[in-house]
Design a protein around this ligand. Structure first.
Ligand SMILES: [Zn+2]
Length: 92
């Protein structure tokens, strides 16, 4: 059985041309050029953790392999931890 796709067909259809167009343009996180062969993510200007309805709208490095700032993966992890930290530690 196919895995449920969190992004859907629309995301997949738009991802390929977006990444193709992003090669040799600066990564929005670190400013270094995104090169063919690097791992790139089709990410969100507004993080999905904050606005789950937002659509992927920019290409960025995937992680620390290519991006000094950790790319999309590190940002998602940071956001997840922040959301976790904001949860009350007990019921008032
Ligand atoms: Zn980067």
């Amino acid at each position: 059985m196919a895995q449920p796709d969190p992004y859907g067909a629309d995301h997949r259809r738009r991802r390929e041309p977006a990444i193709e167009a992003a090669y040799n343009t600066p990564c929005p996180r670190c400013g270094l050029p995104m090169l063919r062969g690097q791992k790139l993510h089709f990410g969100h200007t507004k993080d999905k953790g904050i606005e789950p309805w937002s659509k992927a709208d920019r290409v960025e490095h995937a992680d620390y392999d290519d991006c000094p700032t950790g790319g999309n993966t590190a940002a998602g992890g940071r956001l997840g931890r922040q959301i976790q930290d904001l949860k009350p530690s007990r019921v008032w």
